[in-house]
Design a protein around this ligand. Structure first.
Ligand code: PRP
Ligand code: 7HP
Length: 180
């Protein structure tokens, strides 16, 4: 699998260092607030599980799964559907969305609009990778791990056709291996 990656963009060590910093920042910002992390399945699950081990204040986690209709295996269509909803109410809670990557911004924009209707006390976003060159809609990002170039990346939760999520680093998939 590692041979399918042409270039390592973010090493395992760089990921671990940055995720620890984000955990510390979040712990300081949410001191004395009751914090609910909402992980967007499936890509963000590895990021979440490392992140919470660096969050030193009490918090809860919940999960939501969404999918895009249409699009291709490397591009989302922007038409989003909830596949699995939260199991708990977020009304009056301080919610932090945990996402692996923001590309066009269409998925996150939909999620934010949807969660806002449930009246959380606050709603913020923590994203590992910001591919901002490709943004089509503006989305407010409160915590960003890394800004990355417009390249299709895999690893550390991110997939191509459901593969490569297990790689411990973020790498650029060899273009000959995918059809955009
Ligand atoms: C990825 C990623 C974001 C979305 C970003 O999800 O996790 O949710 O694409 O793209 P956008 O900013 O262009 O909308 P994907 O549909 O690949 O699902 P996954 O998390 O299960 O891999
Ligand atoms: C979604 C996505 N999934 C994996 N790698 C990327 O570069 C991606 N952009 N948007």
């Amino acid at each position: 699998m590692k041979d399918d990656v042409g270039e390592i963009l973010i090493t395992e060590e760089e990921l671990q260092t940055r995720v620890a910093e984000l955990g510390q920042e979040i712990s300081a910002d949410y001191q004395d607030k009751d914090l609910r992390l909402v992980c967007i399945l499936r890509g963000a699950v590895i990021f979440l599980s490392d992140l919470i081990r660096h969050i030193t204040i009490p918090h809860e986690i919940d999960f939501m799964a969404v999918s895009s209709y249409g699009g291709t295996r490397t591009e989302s269509s922007g038409v989003v559907r909830i596949l699995m909803d939260l199991t708990t109410s977020i009304e009056g809670r301080n919610v932090l969305i945990v996402e692996d990557i923001v590309d066009t911004g269409l998925t996150l924009s939909y999620i934010i609009d949807n969660l806002k209707t449930r009246h959380p006390a606050s709603l913020r976003v923590c994203v590992l990778l910001d591919k901002r060159e490709r943004r089509e809609v503006d989305v407010p990002l409160d915590y960003v791990g890394f800004v990355i170039p417009d390249k299709f990346v895999v690893g550390y939760g991110l997939d191509y056709d459901e593969k490569y999520r297990n790689l411990p680093f973020v790498g650029v998939l060899k273009p000959e291996l995918y059809v955009g």
